[in-house]
Design a protein around this ligand. Structure first.
Ligand code: SF4
Length: 219
């Protein structure tokens, strides 16, 4: 797993992800980005920033219709607006908006807690753990599964938890490594390992990829 990471890092460089000025902004982005592109998430974040700012208090006080209008560029925007508000109330109940206090828990306990929060699934929880709390929790998304299946590796069971465990059992528990690895996978999935017609000849993983080898035999 480290070899793949090193190949990606050498090709793309340090991805410097997640692009947020505060942990609150990062968490709001993590909730909004589910099932939508980052470009559309950015549009929503810009409007939320201008209209309300990135505080949980502002989210709690925001009228739901106005918040929904701000996040319209994300899919299921009414549900996303409701999730933002619900999470802001949950944060108040958990730690009175004190993220240092919330994030002081160890990884297992904090993940268990986040998965109980309204509207937070495993991918969002791991985004928050890794990028806002700086804890080594590997994030799995559709890019990860697509690329690793094509390369020819992955767990036997196709569940989120099985994929996460597959990475975490093979990598040291290093938040910076997980941060960069996930971002590099997304960059590869976005730029080269596309759903249709992956650009294998430009890919840093082509020498160890089953899909690329099979493709070259057919060409
Ligand atoms: S070589 Fe092709 S199929 Fe394999 S990971 Fe790279 S782009 Fe995807």
């Amino acid at each position: 797993m480290l070899t793949l990471y090193q190949k990606l890092l050498a090709h793309f460089g340090d991805p410097q992800w997640w692009p947020a000025a505060s942990r609150e902004e990062m968490i709001i982005g993590a909730i909004l980005v589910q099932n939508v592109s980052w470009k559309n998430t950015e549009k929503a974040l810009q409007l939320v920033r201008e209209k309300f700012g990135f505080t949980f208090l502002a989210l709690r006080e925001a009228p739901i219709e106005e918040l929904a209008a701000c996040v319209r560029s994300t899919r299921f925007y009414q549900s996303k607006a409701a999730r933002l508000k619900a999470f802001a109330f949950w944060i108040e109940a958990q730690c009175k908006d004190n993220l240092d206090q919330l994030f002081a828990r160890d990884l297992t306990e904090l993940r268990r807690l986040l998965l109980l929060a309204p509207g937070i699934g495993p991918e969002t929880a791991d985004d928050i753990l890794l990028y806002a709390a700086n804890q080594p929790s590997f994030v799995i998304d559709t890019y990860t599964k697509r690329i690793m299946r094509r390369v020819g590796i992955g767990p036997e069971r196709d569940s989120y938890e099985a994929w996460r465990a597959y990475f975490m059992e093979r990598l040291p528990p290093d938040a910076l490594l997980y941060n960069r690895y996930h971002a590099l996978i997304d960059r590869l999935g976005n730029q080269l390992c596309r759903v249709k017609d992956p650009l294998c000849s430009d890919c840093p993983l082509k020498d160890c990829c089953v899909h690329a080898r099979a493709k070259s035999l057919l060409d």
